[in-house]
Ligand binder design. Structure first.
Ligand SMILES: [Zn+2]
Length: 115
């Protein structure tokens, strides 16, 4: 389960942020998870609780923001959001595109600490 490794990275970041802010603990961590990031939300939540034990992030809420996949369509000259990840074609004009602009990220967007 690679989510545990990812969760450890998230906890390290949150713990460091709280330490830097001189805060007693982390209350929430927001992460953006792309639909193509290969991360299972349930497994990440579960892993986060385990990884956070004993750190300043223990008991913090992990808020997962789902990021849909978007491709760049050269014909529309615009970014287009896909409904699924089976077909890499523009949903508007049906032009194929492998130019993925969003949906692969796994990034901490914000960390809330107790002040
Ligand atoms: Zn298009």
């Amino acid at each position: 389960m690679h989510e545990l490794g990812l969760a450890r990275g998230i906890v390290d970041l949150a713990h460091a942020a709280a330490t830097e802010a001189g805060a007693p603990r982390v209350t929430a961590v927001h992460v953006q998870v792309g639909r193509m990031a290969g991360v299972e939300a349930g497994a990440l939540l579960f892993s986060f609780d385990i990884a956070a034990e004993g750190s300043l992030a223990e008991g913090a809420r992990l808020v997962i923001e789902d990021v849909p996949v978007a491709i760049w369509c050269p014909r529309c000259n615009a970014e287009q959001e896909l409904q699924g990840i089976q077909r890499f074609r523009c949903p508007v004009c049906d032009t194929p595109s492998g130019d993925i602009r969003r949906g692969r990220e796994l990034a901490v967007s914000s960390i809330e600490v107790e002040s």
